[in-house]
Design a binder for this molecule. Sequence first.
Ligand code: ZN
Length: 435
Amino acid sequence: MNRILRSVCVFTLAAALLFAWGCGASPQNGEATNPPASSIAPAKETIDYLNELGHIEFTQAKNVLLFIGDGMGMNHIKATDAITGGNYDGKLAIEYLTNQGTVITLCNEGEPDSASGGTALACGYKSNRKYLGLNIKREEIRNVVELANSMGKKTGVVTNESIVDATPAAFTIHAPNRDDESNIAKLQIETSAADIIIGGGKAMYDKALEDSAYRQMLLDHQITYATTWEEVEAYNNEGRLIATLTEDYFEKAEEASPTLAQMTEKALSLLSGTEEGFFLLVEGGAMDESAHVSDVMELTRQMLAFDDAVSLGIRFAAEHPDTIVIVTADHDTGGLQPKEQADPYVTAHRAEYHTSEMLKYEAALQEENPEVDLAALPYRFTTIAHTTNNVQIFAIGYGTEIFNGKTVQSFEIGKFIGAALGDESFGAQNKNGLQ
Ligand SMILES: [Zn+2]
């Protein structure tokens, strides 16, 4: 499926929201805000937790929370702060995580996609584009969900993308082609070790479930298959849960129901409370879609939604110091730059395909919204494609100081998670991440 073309369909709606937002103005305007509504027993406001993170004594982890911003490049956070005023005193919750480093995302073939990027984080291997949970020899490699499951931990995957999209797929199945999404749905039913998978993707599941063998498998594998939030709420935490709550992905952050934070909160309540602990992946996947259509404003709204979910994870870790929280990205999408750097680049490369397409998106967005001066925004995309740019890692929890001030390869984060879950030899054993 062509993700760029698919995103074009929602482009007009994105543009329509721009006017109400305005330029550079923020509904919060840098003030500290309350955390999203939660039943996870908050004893203090999130802003207090954030300021105290450096003083918490984290213990050996039994829980690992991984947040992946799909396509979240080096400037996504700064742009969100500059354009929206941030969530907590002018910043995002993510920025309060005390251990911060840089991540090289290159896959075995160079520029990464979400399949190779997800596989690096899920399995601790550098692999090829389109491969999900396979090494470069196309052999199945264990992912952290399977590892955690074998350790008796509960496991979950939450996304505001389709659950058959590459990132959630890399954590739940093994297949050579990310584009065969109905096959991914079938494999998730048949083989996934995840106790819960919550996101979008109903259309692909409809297709997979046309096959009666897979409808039967839902029963045989004791899978609760939910397509509404009410059905998720009714799930009794026995057997597996697969929830596809929208046809494809959650297109607009401000219209998303449930929000990524609500899905995260639900997952935390379902997975936590056991002696063994849990692994949870939360993907902010929809931000990649905004970057592919050069929509900076929707991107910042998706970033705020992602940050709301992260803030729940941070609060959970602050209350449960045997928890690791890692926030990173699978790759950069869009090459977002401060305007003064982006403008000369765009001018110099305007004849090239990825830049000229970006200019068309910008022009259409501007035409739809004559009342907004897009050129006045402080950040601008430079391409509609993925880039080879580094991304960031933000972390708290036992052992995560090894990332502080360092540059690591993305597969090393997967290996770290494997080790944190109890397997020191998880992932690739050679330095290039291939074997
Ligand atoms: Zn992408």
